[in-house]
Design a protein around this ligand. Sequence first.
Ligand code: NCD
Ligand code: ZN
Ligand code: ZN
Length: 440
Amino acid sequence: MKLLIENGRLINPATATDEVLNLLVEEGKIKKISKTKIIEEAEKYIDADGCWVVPGLIDLHVHFREPGFTHKETIFTGSLSGVMGGFTTVCAMPNTKPAIDSPQRVQELLAKRQEAGVIKILPIGSITKSQAGEELVDILALKKAGICGISEDGKTVMEEKLMKWAMDRAKEENLPILVHCENHKLVAGGVMNKGKLAETLGLEGIPPEAEDSITKRDIQLAQQVGARLHICHVSTKGAVDLIRMAKIKGTKVTAEVCPHHFTLTEETVGHGDPNAKMNPPLRGKEDVEAILEGLKDNTIEMIATDHAPHHEDEKALGFKDAPFGIVGLETALSLSITELVQKGTLTPLQLIEKLSYNPARLLGLETGDLSEGKTADITIIDPRMEYTIDKEKFYSKGKNTPFHGRRVKGRVMYTIVDGRIVVDKGRLIPELEEKYKEYR
Ligand SMILES: NC(=O)N[C@@H](CC(=O)O)C(=O)O
Ligand SMILES: [Zn+2]
Ligand SMILES: [Zn+2]
């Protein structure tokens, strides 16, 4: 199919482009980019006047819950949620049941992705078998099956020797190792940030040191081994400082932060809202300020959602007993534009770098770049459009968000995967809508 995208503001970090350009897509590729009008007969024209035309967003960190927890999310509903949020590729964390710890599990996931036929899903393998923290997976076999990295997300590999070994193996296979940094001993049953508010609510706190100590350990291990370390969902000032220092020393470390950690503080927990409960927890004002500073000076070069859907009945158990995690795919872009671009922390170019170009570089993908000849994974955003977040409109099965009712700016108008429009004028295409209705 031939598609012409006209008059859009093309924002392409790969070439530092930020100007009004026309773009021709043909057979899933970007055929031509031009300042002057492209004279071609196309099957479809998109007038992108006033909109941003950006490389399809890439989310390094989602939980799609299939197999094992399909009442929370499936690969299909998660995929729809992703494209509605402007994502064309997501990396699926392995904490399913069973965990993604063998080539067969990877193949099953990829087959499900094929069947869903919407978004690109890159599996992340677990570090240990069944995420039990004991026996290392066969990293080479998993790599051959198609993983893009390894992670024990949701848990920390507490055994230092085992972690070092995992880094060694990941390095040998040239795979990034994505780490959830939390010292189990210091978390010790905590459910929110440790401090005055937790005390007032009578809840056990999770001290920032729980995150800082493992961040420090893993950076040191990565320095010794030379592994490609990626730090997930940074939430503390201490961790931002450690990552900054490590980079100055030349360590191969990258980091991501989630929109909730740069938008909210522990105050959002209020009297105990389970939709403000996640891992790592919402922290203090100084932590949010440090994260914003880290985003600005590129200590944190990626934004990921940590999309963690849970069922409403599970979240209804009350703050103490509800599971950790919130959904993020359908709110990440608007929150990022509202909180980071509108408030002057990042330029649009810097934001898209963190939401697409940098994750693509970490994973060694050729996407995340809107240059001629590249794959046509494209997101078109109207930055002027203001709306109120409504969880009932999410395609995700998970409605667990602390952002319901929040006014935000910037909306996804088109999501294009391999040259195929899947979100058209802000709506899912009829074909997928039908499948979604049937499925529900
Ligand atoms: N973030 C969360 O609070 N929960 C995640 C696990 C994780 O990312 O650690 C989940 O799988 O529910
Ligand atoms: Zn995690
Ligand atoms: Zn996670």
